[in-house]
Every structure is written in C-alpha cells, then in structure tokens.
Write a protein that binds this ligand. Structure first.
Ligand code: ADP
Ligand code: ZN
Length: 752
C-alpha cells in the first residue's frame, strides 16, 4: 500500500489518502477522493510515500482522472513558491490555477463522474498485432509489393513513423500519416491496421517550422541580438521600446526560434481586449499553432485547453491574460510578458494575490526558460532590477519605419481660464487641434481617467493638492467629513480654507468623468461622430469590438475613453490625442501616482501619429511645471525613473521595500474597529514602525461590510521569509482570539 499527500481545492493544508498501486497514480495526477461524509473532490497528488502515516483510518484514492498528470515538477515548484510568497494555501492556488471543469466536485461519486469532461482526443493508427514485428512485416511487404504498391508503402511508412517516434505499442497520430481516409478504411477492413481514439497530442495541424518572419530594422535586429545574448547568460531581458517601435516583431523572432526547437512559448498580455489583436498578428505567422486563454472562453473550452496542454509534447504557442501563467508547459522555452508595467498582472481581489510577471521570472529560475519583459514605460521594479544587473536592459528608442513620436503640447489650464481661453473642460489649445484634425478628416482620441475613488482637493490657482507629511501621497477627502485623510497611515487634517501654498481661497473638490467629456465635445463639435469607450460602454465583448472597429473604419471621428485606450491599440487615422485632466493622475492618493501618470500619459500619447508625422498630444494641466509633465513632454523616461526612484527610496516605498496589505472586514463597525486596532498593535510588537494604520479602506463599505486596512512595509534587504513567518504567527493569534470571531482578514503581498 502507498500513501499520497493530496491537495484539495480548499483553503486548507494537504490531506493524506491511501493509494492502491494498481491505480498507477503518480505525482501531479488528478484523482477523485471522498472528503467528509458527503463530498467528492478532484485532488492533486503532491507526493507519494510507502511509509505508513500515524492516522488510524485513511480514506482511499478512488480513481485517477485523465491520462496525463496535470502538473509537472516545474509547475509544482511554482505553486509552492506562490503559496509561500503570497501567503496562501496550495488549495487556494489550485482553486484558481485549474479551470473549474478540470476539477469537478459533487456530493456523490456518480455525480462527479458525470461531470468529468472528455479529454480532447484524436485518432491514432497502428499496424495489426501480427504485423508488428519487423520480419512479418517485411514478409508481407515482399509478398504484396507488386500487386498493391501503394498499400505496402503506406504500411511501411506507419512502421517507420512508429519507430521514429519510439511508440511503445506501434500507435501514431493519424494526422501524421500521409493517406486518405478511404485508403486507411480499406486497410482496416482487411485487418491490416487498427485505429483508436487517444488523448490529443497537440491541437495544431501545423507541420512546418519555416515561418515567414518580418524583416527587422537595424535597431530591431540589434535589440534582438542583445536579448539573445542576455538569454544565453540565463538573464531576464527587459525590452524598453517606445510605442510603435515594433516590440511585437522582435517577440515574433524569439517565438519562432523556440517553436522550431519544439519548445513551448507563452505570451502574456494584461487585458483580454489585447489578446484578440495580438492573436491575429501571431496567427498570420504561426498559423494553426496559437492557443488563447482568458475568462471569456467557455468553461468547457478552458477545461479542454488545460487538459490538452497537459498532454502536449511541446511546441505550443499560448497567448493570454495573467492566469495563463498556470497552464502546463511541458517544454518551457520562452515567456514574453508584454506591457510588463501594467497593474493588470496583479490579482488583488482574491488569493492567490499573485503577480503573473513575477511568477514568470520565478518560472524561468525553476525551469531555465527564457523571459522577456516588454514595455514602453517599464515599471520601476523592473527598471531597478535592470540597473542592479539582475535583468539585462535593452532599449529601442525609435519608432519603426516612418513613424515619429508625436509632438507634446502642455496646455496650462489656469492660464487658459484667466485669459478666457477655455470652454467647459476644453482649453483652446486642445480645441484648435481637434478642429485641425477634423478639418483634415483625421481622428481624435480624448482621454479622461476617472477612478472610482473619493475625490481629492486642489487649488484652482496654483494647482496645489495637500499631501501627507509622512507618506508623500495626496490626502483623500472622504464623503462624510470635512477632514482630509491619508490612505496609508491615517494622518488627518482639517480641510483647509485657504491654499497653504498660494493663500488664495480657490480650493475645489476635483473630478469629472468621461460621460461629461462626451457630452461636452458633442456639443462643441455637433458634426463630429463621437463615441465613448470605458468600463460602462464596453462591458460586453461585442460592444467593445463594435466601438473599436467603427473607430478603426473611421465611422467615428472622436473617441472618448478611460485607460482602456492606453492598451496598445494601433489606430491609423489619429492625429490629435487630448489628455483632459492630467492633474487627477498626478494627484491620485497612491505612492505610484507619478509613475502611473507617466505611464498612462505616454501610452495614450503613443496612440497619436503612429503612421505619419502629424501626431500631436495636448495635455491639459494646472501644473505645467510638474516634473512628471516635463518628463512626458520630453519623453525622458530615464530622468523620470531616476527622480521617482530617489523619492521612493527616501520614503521607503517599493522597489526599495515590499508592501503587505491587510484588509479587515465585518458588518459590525465597532467590532471591526476593535479588531483592526488589536491586529495593528500585535503587528507593531513584532514590526515596530514598519506598521501603518489602521485606516478606512479606499472603499470604506462594500456589500454591507465595513472595511479597514493595515499596511506593513518591509525594507529591501530584510528577510521576507522571516517577515512572512511573523505575519503568520500574528494572524494565527488573532484567528484564535474569540473576541474577533467573524472578522475576515485578507493578506496581499506586494500590494498595489
Ligand atoms: P509596439 O508594440 O512596440 O508599440 P508594434 O509592434 O505594434 O509596436 O509595431 C508598430 C507598427 O509597426 C505595427 O503596425 C507593426 O506592424 C509595424 N512594424 C514594426 N516593425 C516592423 C517590421 N520589422 N516589419 C514590418 N512592420 C513592422
Ligand atoms: Zn500618511
């Protein structure tokens, strides 16, 4: 008898089951087990031993599901890293990593069996048993060659294929056999061959590795060579290429090389909406090889994709959003993380609160696969890793072909107001450029980023927004009070009546959204066709595609939108891009505000003039001298990054520290209040001044629950392992304290 440690999709540790050797179950296999008296789960076998554990009565593993293990050793190690680093259980990783239909559960065994999805299969052929030996086959061929040359040739080729592929039982995939169905049927009716449905090896019908690759420019070629150099030194490459520099073309060359070696490639993108555009481009070159993965696929499709990849023998090209990182790769060759700076790679609403970019880097360490992180505006985390030599930094400074970067016009809102050069939310600078584009039958993009946050206040004269003296983030005005609060440490101050900076009385609560912009621009340009692209208008994929394609076809002249517009679109006709209010980007109550503001503005600006030299970007701001605005105007990423890194260092923020955020929630406000202060106090005993809060969460109430947050800042260089151990101790202590029963605490490591 054997014993297996099994992970179940529960927020619990592993369980031990007895394992009958006859089931031929191995590590990484999915199995069916009974748990409790009336629950049946799919579990993953984590380890197997012959040593009998102490527990008196063990339940048996009932059945093995699927012909191939779902996890290989690399994936197993990555799951373990995730569970440890992000402070969750393997069961929570399993819940997320395996598509629901690949891990059925039910209240009875029969019901569970009914829910098991079919693995994708394909037909295999083999010579009949009698003809398996070389001699009998040779004899047969000798006898029949004259009368049926085609038939004997075919049988010879099946034998050769089986030999070439080291097939144990002589079966080879039907699709590799060069014969018509009729020919094969004829052979089968004479009992010369056998056919069988077996798990599909790989979806692709592609048989060629002669891809038609784009010719690279000199600069692109140089970048490609540098990336390859980095990879030969087992380093992660950070590709910093301005918008329109043709990073995708470089990825394509790297992908082709890996696929032709039979290796698997993953391309991660931060948003579903980008997958379809990218797939189209990749399909043109790697026809029949691409597999997509994201949440809008049907559950069946997701389940089958997972099972098919688990059974694959390599050479797969997988494109998808962050959860794609959990798909099995049997021959990991390359992971490309495009737009690596994007917050979309971080999951924050449930465990595991992982960052797929960081998991990709871990995967490269575990499996030896290559990694490219690409961005026009790299995250400061990656940039610092490049500066320190951990990553290899590769820069592409020019746009491909005739494209030049757009001209940036900084338009001073306060001056425009003073001179009467502003209508509603539009400075004349912007209005003139919109007019110019429309008159030339060109298109316009208007960007307004409105976050679901409480508003901030700003002086209308000098642009000043009050900041927390301890945390260097803008203070947030909460709805109910006249006080301003720091989101991180809880510092509060009375809402000022006069601007502390210029002493005028013109302090206002700020904020307006895309809907308002759409309404105003439609009124200002009644002849223009205006549409809006944001979370409200593009909740369905159909609506989204319609809006994007009508803009692509130039059936729309002006597109108003939120950050969704920054996501790598390539619209040919756009010559004016307007950023309506850069101030609310600069004043976000977030230590990353400057970095995010730079990234967002550069990405929106990148939509202008991609195919000609007439691109203009108008940035409306009341702080034209704000360093970030100056860096955007000059496109000077390096200065922005250096200045911002200096501030992060001074205040001990990432990338010079790791942030762990605890969110506590409960319906009872006073219980939550007590619990939050108690948790913060226990944390302070262990971590001292590294603990900030508790404060009310950005969303103070959600679904009837009050929410508060505590932040823990662990400086780089300190042991995160030790920190995590101490945090676990604190959480255990609190969990055992009956006074705080019912208060939910969630933990987010490397919180955004
Ligand atoms: P990025 O992702 O760096 O913003 P893209 O990869 O989208 O840039 O490239 C911008 C445009 O330039 C695309 O339309 C792309 O097809 C074109 N392009 C870039 N490099 C090449 C090349 N070597 N050959 C042909 N077209 C290219
Ligand atoms: Zn503060």
């Amino acid at each position: 008898m054997l014993y297996a440690q099994v992970v179940l999709p529960l927020a619990q540790p592993m369980y031990t089951f007895s394992l009958d050797e006859k089931l031929a179950v191995g590590v990484g296999d999915a199995v069916v087990v009974q748990f409790g008296s009336s629950r049946y789960y799919t579990g993953l076998v984590w380890s197997i031993t012959s040593e009998k554990p102490d527990y008196p009565r063990l339940k048996p593993i009932l059945k093995k599901l699927y012909s191939h293990p779902l996890l290989g050793p690399n994936e197993q190690q990555m799951w373990e890293w995730i569970a440890d680093y992000y402070m969750c259980t393997l069961g929570e990783v399993m819940r997320l990593a395996l598509p629901s239909l690949a891990k059925p559960s039910a209240t009875s065994y029969v019901e569970l069996e009914e829910r098991v999805i079919e693995e994708p299969t394909e037909s295999f052929v083999a010579l009949s048993k009698e003809l398996q030996s070389e001699e009998t086959l040779a004899k047969y061929v000798e006898q029949h060659r004259r009368r049926s040359p085609r038939r004997t040739e075919l049988m010879d080729s099946i034998a050769a294929l089986a030999h070439e592929r080291n097939s144990v039982d002589g079966f080879v995939p039907r699709r590799l056999v060069d014969a018509t169905s009729q020919q094969l049927l004829a052979l089968r009716s004479k009992s010369l061959i056998r056919t069988e449905q077996r798990p599909r090896e790989r979806l692709t019908s592609a048989t060629t590795n002669n891809f038609l690759l784009p010719t690279l420019s000199e600069a692109q070629q140089r970048a490609l060579d540098e990336i390859k150099g980095a990879h030969s030194n087992a380093k992660v490459a950070l590709l910093h290429g301005v918008t329109g520099s043709g990073k995708t073309e470089i990825y394509i060359h790297l992908i082709a090389e890996e696929l032709s070696k039979g290796n698997d490639v993953m391309v991660l993108v931060p948003e579903i909406v980008i997958t379809s555009q990218l797939i189209e481009r990749l399909e043109r070159i790697f026809e029949g090889r691409t597999t997509t993965y994201h949440s809008r696929l049907t559950p069946l499709r997701r389940g089958q994709t997972f099972l098919r990849l688990a059974a694959s023998t390599g050479g797969e090209l997988i494109v998808g959003v962050r959860s794609t990182i959990f798909l099995p790769m049997r021959n990991p060759g390359l992971i490309v993380v495009d737009e690596e700076h994007d917050p979309g790679y971080k999951q924050s609403d449930m465990q595991p609160r992982y960052n797929a970019r960081d998991c990709a880097v871990v995967m490269s360490r575990l499996s030896g696969c290559r990694v490219v992180l690409g961005s026009a505006t790299p995250s400061l985390e990656s940039y610092l890793n490049a500066l320190s030599g951990k990553y290899h930094y590769v820069e592409l400074k020019e746009r491909w072909g005739k494209g030049v970067l757009p001209e940036v016009i900084v338009s001073d809102t306060i001056r425009s107001v003073k001179r009467g050069e502003r209508k509603v939310h539009f400075n004349f600078d912007l209005l003139h450029n919109i007019e110019r584009s429309l008159a030339a039958n060109e298109q316009v993009i208007l960007f307004q980023n409105r976050r679901g946050y409480a508003p901030y206040i700003q002086c209308n004269t000098c642009g000043y927004s009050p900041r927390c003296p301890h945390c260097n983030v803008t203070l947030t005005q909460h709805k109910a009070s006249s006080r301003m609060e720091c989101h991180y440490c809880g510092y509060t101050m009375e809402r000022p009546l006069f601007c502390p900076n210029c002493e005028t009385q013109d302090i206002k609560t700020m904020g307006f959204g895309t809907e308002k912009v759409e309404e105003e621009v439609s009124r200002l340009f009644p002849d223009a066709r205006v549409e809006r692209l944001d979370g409200d208008t593009s909740s369905s994929e159909r609506a989204f595609k319609r809006i994007v394609s009508s803009f692509e076809q130039h059936e729309t002249d002006i597109l108003v939108g939120t950050q969704i517009l920054t996501k790598g679109f390539d619209f040919e006709g756009v010559t004016t891009v307007g950023i309506l209010n850069a101030d609310n980007l600069l004043s976000a109550p977030d230590f990353r505000a400057s970095e995010r503001a730079y990234q967002l503005m550069m990405q929106v600006a990148g939509r202008a003039g991609r195919h000609n030299d007439r691109g203009r970007v108008v940035i409306q701001t009341s702080q034209p001298k704000h360093p970030v605005i100056v860096y955007v105007a000059s496109g000077d990423y390096h200065s922005m990054a250096r200045a911002e890194l200096a501030e992060r260092k001074a205040f001990g923020y990432p990338p010079y520290s790791h942030l762990i955020r605890f969110m506590l929630r409960n319906k009872d406000y006073s219980l939550l209040h007590q619990a939050s202060h108690a948790v913060a106090a226990i944390l302070r005993q262990k971590f001292g001044g590294r603990v900030m809060g508790p404060v009310s969460a950005a969303l103070e109430m959600l679904r009837g629950e009050h929410r508060s947050e505590i932040l823990l800042k662990i400086e780089s260089g300190a042991s995160m392992k030790l920190a995590r151990r101490l945090v676990r101790e604190v959480l255990d202590t609190v969990a055992q304290d009956s006074r705080y029963k019912g208060v939910t605490i969630t933990t987010d490591v490397d919180a955004w």
